[in-house]
Design a protein around this ligand. Sequence first.
Ligand SMILES: [Zn+2]
Length: 247
Amino acid sequence: MYIPIPDLRQAKNLLVVSPHPDDAEIAAGGTIALLAEAGARITYAMVTDGSRGGLEPGVPEAQLAATRRAEQEQAAEVLGVDDIIWLGFEDTEVPGPEVVREPLISLIREIQPDFVISLDPWLPYEAHPDHRRTSMAAVEACLFAGLPMVQPEDLERGLIPRQVTGVALALSPKPNTFIGIDRTWEKKVQALRCHRSQFPSQVWEMFYPVILAKSQEYGNKANATVGEAFKVLTTAHLHVMVDTWEA
Ligand SMILES: [Zn+2]
């Protein structure tokens, strides 16, 4: 591999791009808490409000959106997240990456992150379009945020083009970075449990053993009991690089 993989553990200013409330905690909650404890500034970009992700029929969308917003705020506080930006796209109807990347490019230029965490858009069996489109928009935004001729109106209002150091893709079929999260595991679990609309007790009883087993598998690779996994890349890996699949 000709381009070195940057070290996510060194992130000082992190932007987390999540399709729905709860995805950031599921995919990366332990790592987010570790980085926050180390003093990193953490911003969430929440693409939808999760207003159709309910398990009970008949709940008005606006009511579920308010519930999930409150749950997400609580979970973010547990992990030490500084700020949540709600992008306001419709749950289950996230448009294509050419639409969603626009506010993400502006946000990267505004907050100047060194690392962006999102999901891996090349997870082959991901059926949820919000996940596919959000994650693709995130990598496209990382690729374009440094190019001044893309969205030049950003520069007219004082934003500065930004080339991020690294893009960390969680829920990846080809992870290259394993981070032990023993110290923050309890925070991750507590943050997940804030999403009560998503994890009522009967769902939690099924979900917890699965996430624990996967976290133990990743922990093994990081000399820890539990861990999280990412495909960490530079923006250079994200264009005309035939070896990135194995990076
Ligand atoms: Zn989701």
